[in-house]
Design a protein around this ligand. Structure first.
Ligand code: KIV
Ligand code: ZN
Length: 526
């Protein structure tokens, strides 16, 4: 990579390259109910690397021990992308971020401080001059540790222009290579936000010594539009998250930014290094891990994004795809209509298929477990699609370190009651079996889990969706459990909805057991 972060082999105009800074693991993870454990963060980071993002913001190291560990683990593992850690404008924060990032091939310290009158007065309780000095001190200090420093004026879109220009100029002078302008509260509208970026490009004398970045929140549903307006005005880094997850209404969605730039290259002549065929895989993994399912009509990655229901549209698409399709499902990694594997497929083909689907290096044990489950599924389900394999492998891999494991389930359901569940679990390597009843088969199943492994966690969310079409489709279930203020999401996939529900509950329970020994990430205020 050269200093602008462009891979050497890229021949496209470097002036039009847009750096993709993914903050799924930091801002995305900050949204309530979205927290991920270390193994999950590593899985997401690996997929982001495959996706080809330029920067992975892996967390906020001072926020908690768990955040520190996660940034440190991602920093050690990721080789082709820069890894960023967030820090407030204090030496303690910056030291902690640097400590976590040390193992990275391309570490980046991202430090921030609010510059809007509202934030300075009410949140920071600091005078503008004090803020200005703190910006210089923090960026200078970060630069003494790390070559690649990004600075963000928090609430930048509501900051006074003169003050914003002054702090940006000083941050660049102090050594910041990237200046990121956040629309922290999602207040901006596209033409004004574009004008703000143009104003900075025109007025800050040393602006050519840094890359201008933008970080837009989606409170008015304008995060992507604002980011694109900023790119047109000169921004060359966009901060975004997979599926647009993030604080409140979320952040700009990576997949929408990337596909807008690619599909409308005529009007937006900019490019990114993202391998768009990995988008569907990344989207599925993030929604599986966080339990935040993707709305069906979500652009690019929603289940209906490429579905044509109206007869007139179907007719048009069959005659010529471009009549109603502005991009192909293939281009974002949906291979929906392909029947990929059957019950006669062997281990070798299975392994190759997993690589193609973006699971490059699963361990032998995980592959063997997934292969056995694939065989069982192929026996029961007529057609096994790519989506089935992705759901099944995600489900298998997530269970590798579980203390409480699913063995078998037999449920009696129906209108005549009582509904009962006969459940067998393996707990710490020992088999346990029980029978329980409940108000419906799901309640009976969850009561059986509680009888075998007593706990106080409360069920907060139970969500089912079909992986593919058809009555024999696999169900993917998300369960959210809460215990002493800590929430976790669990996922399960199976052709039997109740087995999927049981697996999802156990997944969440195992995560809670892990959490009991760890500190939860705290909400940070400056
Ligand atoms: O939204 C925001 O302002 C942020 C900053 C820390 C960049 O997330
Ligand atoms: Zn943010």
């Amino acid at each position: 990579m050269n200093p602008q972060g462009i891979r050497e082999k890229d021949q496209r105009d470097p002036k039009h390259h847009v750096v993709i800074f993914d903050t799924t693991l930091r801002d995305g993870e900050q949204s309530p109910g979205c927290s991920m454990n270390l193994e999950e963060k590593l899985k997401v980071a690996r997929v982001l690397q495959e996706l080809g993002v330029d920067v992975i913001e892996a967390g906020f190291p001072i926020a908690s021990h768990g955040d520190f560990e996660a940034v440190s683990a991602v920093a050690k593992e990721i080789k082709t992308a820069s890894v960023a850690g967030l820090a407030r404008a204090s030496r303690k924060d910056i030291d902690r971020a640097w400590e976590a990032l040390k193992g990275a091939v391309r570490p980046r310290i991202h430090t921030f401080l609010s510059t809007s009158p509202l934030h300075m007065k009410h949140k920071l309780r600091m005078q503008p001059e004090e803020v200005h000095q703190a910006v210089i001190d923090s960026v200078t200090y970060a630069r003494s540790l790390c070559e690649d420093v990004e600075w963000s004026p928090e609430d930048g879109s509501r900051s006074e222009h003169d003050f914003l220009c002054r702090t940006v100029e000083s941050a660049i002078k102090a050594g910041a290579r990237t200046i990121n302008i956040p629309d922290t509260v999602g207040y901006a509208i596209p033409n004004q936000f574009g004008e703000l970026i143009a104003m900075l490009m025109n007025r800050v004398p040393n602006i050519d010594q840094a890359i201008i970045s933008v970080h837009c929140h989606n409170d008015l549903g304008l995060a992507v539009a604002n980011s694109l307006a900023a790119v047109q005005a000169g921004a060359r880094q966009v901060e975004c998250t997979i599926n647009g997850i993030g604080e409140r209404a979320g952040n700009a969605a990576l997949e929408e930014i990337v596909m807008a730039l690619r599909t409308r290259h005529d009007a937006l002549p900019y490019w990114t290094g993202v391998n768009t065929r990995m988008i569907a895989r990344a989207s599925h993994l993030v929604s599986t891990i966080t339990g935040f399912s993707v709305q069906p009509n979500k652009a690019i990655v929603g289940a209906n994004a490429f579905a044509h229901e109206a007869g007139i549209h179907q007719d048009g698409v069959l005659k010529h795809a471009e009549t109603y399709e502005i991009m192909t499902p293939d281009s974002v990694g949906f291979t929906r209509s392909k029947l990929v594997m059957g019950k006669h497929s062997g281990r070798h083909a299975f392994r190759e298929k997993l690589k193609e689907l973006g699971f490059p290096d699963l361990g032998d044990n995980a592959i063997e477990d997934a292969f056995q489950r694939f065989k069982a599924l192929a026996d029961r389900k007529k057609d096994v699609f790519d989506e089935d394999l992705v759901a099944l492998v995600d489900d298998t891999v997530m269970r590798e370190n579980d203390r409480v494991r699913f063995q078998s389930l037999m449920v009696v359901a129906g209108s005549k009651g009582p509904q009962t569940a006969e459940l067998e679990l393996e707990i710490d390597g020992q088999p346990h079996r029980t029978k329980a009843s409940g108000n419906g088969p799901v309640d009976a199943t969850f009561n059986a889990i509680k009888a075998l492994f007593p706990h106080e966690a409360k069920l907060q969310l139970f969500q089912v969706h079909a992986v593919t079409a058809g009555t024999d489709a696999q169900a993917e279930v998300t369960v959210r459990l809460e215990e002493n203020g800590k929430t976790v999401n669990g996922q399960g996939a199976d052709a039997d909805t109740l087995v999927a529900a049981c697996r999802a509950y156990l997944h969440a329970l195992n995560k809670l057991l892990l959490k009991r020994d760890r500190t939860a990430p705290q909400v940070m205020t400056v």
